[in-house]
Design a protein around this ligand. Structure first.
Ligand code: AR6
Length: 163
């Protein structure tokens, strides 16, 4: 089942939440900052040991003070106009996050709208990619949540999921 939830991903009591991180995995703004604040300083102490993360890849950590058991950190593409392989990297973020989740026994997982904030990926195109990879992995999870910060984003996911 794929569900759209509007709100703060740090509040979700799922097996894993996905973080839209940067290559350092040491925190930042947006959803990354919110996750690090809510998880506590133990998270940064842990991600420091992970050796960073390439765009399109994903790495896992405990959730520490979060209600979620794990955080899966992925690094989306920075939008440079669309001819720099951005779509392939974004697709890989979702795919690798699901693969790492499966390796760790995750049954319920929530994603933010990766790359659509500071990294500037056009929302409609990013949502189409998110929805298509979610559909592909849907049978292997109990619940996949598209966690949207704004009502507009939630409406976009609902519309594309209904297609
Ligand atoms: N819960 C759910 N979604 C959120 C939350 C939240 N608490 N906060 C923001 N969003 P962004 P990016 C949404 O910029 O584009 C960081 O500095 C937000 O509305 O967080 O992948 C990292 O360190 C948007 O829809 O991530 C990187 O340097 C979505 O999350 C860089 O930003 C993603 O926006 C990554 O940029």
């Amino acid at each position: 089942m794929i569900r759209v939830v509007q709100g703060d991903i740090t509040r979700l009591a799922v097996d894993a939440i996905v973080n839209a991180a940067n290559e350092t995995l040491l925190g930042g703004g947006g959803v990354d900052g919110a996750i690090h604040r809510a998880a506590g300083p133990e998270l940064k102490a842990y991600t420091r040991t992970l050796g960073g993360c390439r765009p399109g890849d994903a790495k896992i950590s405990p959730g520490f003070r979060l209600p979620a058991r794990f955080v899966i950190h992925t690094v989306g593409p920075v939008w440079h106009g669309g001819d720099q392989g951005e779509a392939e990297v974004l697709r890989s973020c979702y795919r690798r996050s699901f693969e790492v989740a499966l390796e760790n026994g995750v049954r319920t997982i929530a994603f933010p709208a990766i790359s659509t904030g500071v990294y500037g990926y056009p929302k409609e195109a990013a949502t189409r990619i998110a929805v298509s990879v979610m559909r592909a992995f849907e049978p292997r999870f109990d619940e996949i949540i598209a966690c949207c910060f704004s009502a507009d984003d939630a409406e976009r996911y609902r519309r594309l999921l209904a297609e």
